[in-house]
Design a protein around this ligand. Structure first.
Ligand code: ASP
Ligand code: MG
Length: 432
């Protein structure tokens, strides 16, 4: 008998039909003799709808106690309705639990709370009594304030992984509306193919660079606890993608010689449309300039991504500093820097809200110097202009014009021979 954690995303439980389909799957897993813990997201686009509702009431509801209270209602609907549907299945009983009932204790940062403790005592008891435990994803409670918190968009994955780690589960299955982790988003590249396995290291890069299939923090968490994740579709019975931490048995020395054969050079192309770019033009080229700029941005809690500094060739003693950041922090960053214009001594600030980020990810890149050439050649052939470049050991990223992004993703995907014949199936979801 195994302990299995199954997480179902919003598109898997979008309506009553979907909930019954998921209930059947959960019940089958239980009837096969396993202990089952289920984590659910809000139905369909509920979270977005609730956000729209809050914005209609006031423009200032962002990341607050009440917004978290509102958003967590979405997951509570799913958990209760799914528990009813599972109870209606022959020979299976279920009980639903909110995040706080399930022992998900967080810090007090509304909108992006971090787990500080996981105490699933009530979940263990439910399992001992033979019930399927159904837990509302994406939420927790802060012990100091007693307030309800949320873990950030997509946070149900992290709920599932944290519970799987705390309960020492045998498997953590993440169900969505596609068959697994693809070499690119099948909505942009229909010829993308599903990966059978991917290392956590690569998955981290994919998730950090725009792939929405898994919440970034869930991948970090799984890696830290050496937990394997199985990403698969709730609409089919196909095997999905197994995300393997580098230090588990599959990567122990006796297996090592087989890895290079199985390990493709490149595992995928990720893209991100949610960033913006700021250029601080004409900053004095003296020690301490960059420290001042980034010191101010740090105080304003701006999350920076790429940073590039270039000596201006036409003007002596000045330099331009460009960086990217989440679009919704653009106004704050520009305002913060503008206020310090005199102190920093720059000439002007340029802000570009519409940019695209494309990243090529693959562990095999480390040992293959040819990769960057092929990458830039593909972009050049597609007529894509590059605004910024950054790299890690297993990733190359570029910033492009937003309109060129999809074409750029397809060009790179093709250049690295990642295309397959058939079309990838996207079973549900609005892609919202
Ligand atoms: N319902 C939340 C969201 O849409 C959490 C999740 O689905 O993981 O972001
Ligand atoms: Mg998700």
């Amino acid at each position: 008998m195994s302990l299995i954690v199954q997480k179902f995303g919003g598109s898997s439980v979008a309506d009553a039909e979907g909930i019954k389909r998921v209930a059947r799957r959960v019940a089958d897993t239980r009837r096969a003799g396993n202990d089952v813990v289920v984590v659910v997201s809000a139905m369909g686009d509920t979270t977005d709808d609730l956000l729209d509702l809050a914005a209609e009431v006031t423009p200032n509801s962002g990341a607050s106690r009440e917004l978290d209270m509102l958003l967590t209602a979405g997951e509570r609907i799913s958990m209760a309705v799914l528990a009813m549907a599972v109870n209606a299945e022959e020979g299976v009983t279920a009980k639903s639990f909110t995040g706080s009932q399930a022992g998900m204790i967080t810090d007090g940062i509304h909108g992006s709370a971090r787990l500080v403790e996981v105490n699933p005592g009530r979940i263990r008891r439910a399992l001992e009594e033979g019930d399927v435990a159904i837990v509302a994803g994406f939420q927790g409670m802060n012990r100091q304030t007693g307030d309800i918190t949320t873990l950030g968009r997509g946070g149900s994955d992290t709920t599932a992984v944290a519970l799987a780690a705390a309960l020492d589960a045998d498997v953590c299955e993440i169900y969505s509306d596609v068959d697994g982790v693809f070499t690119a988003d099948p909505r942009v590249v229909p010829s993308a193919h599903k990966l059978d396995t991917i290392t956590s290291e690569e998955m981290l890069e994919m998730a950090a660079n725009g792939s929405k299939i898994l919440h970034l923090r869930s991948v970090e968490y799984a890696r830290r606890f050496n937990l394997k994740l199985h990403v698969r579709s709730s609409f089919s019975q196909l095997e999905g993608t197994v995300v393997i931490p580098e230090n588990t048995e599959d990567f122990k020395p006796n297996n090592l010689k087989e890895i290079p054969l199985e390990q493709p050079l490149i595992s995928g192309v990720a893209h991100d449309r949610s960033q913006a770019k700021v250029t601080v033009v004409g900053v004095p080229d003296v020690p301490g300039s960059a420290a001042q700029v980034f010191g101010l941005l740090n105080e304003a809690n701006i999350n920076l991504d790429m940073i590039v500094q270039n000596i201006s060739t036409d003007r002596p003693n000045v330099t331009d500093i460009s960086f990217t950041l989440p679009q919704d922090q653009g106004d704050k960053a520009v305002a913060t820097l503008s206020l310090a214009k005199e102190k920093l001594g720059f000439e002007e600030i340029k802000y570009t809200e519409e940019i695209g980020k494309l990243s090529l990810v693959g562990a095999g890149m480390k040992a293959n110097p040819g990769v960057s050439f092929k990458f830039f050649e593909a972009l050049s052939n597609a007529g894509v202009n590059i605004q910024m470049i950054s790299t890690s050991e297993i990733r190359i990223s570029v910033i492009t014009e937003l309109e060129k992004l999809d074409e750029a993703v397809r060009a790179v995907h093709t250049a690295f021979e990642l295309d397959t014949e058939g079309e990838a199936t996207v079973y549900g979801g609005t892609g919202r």
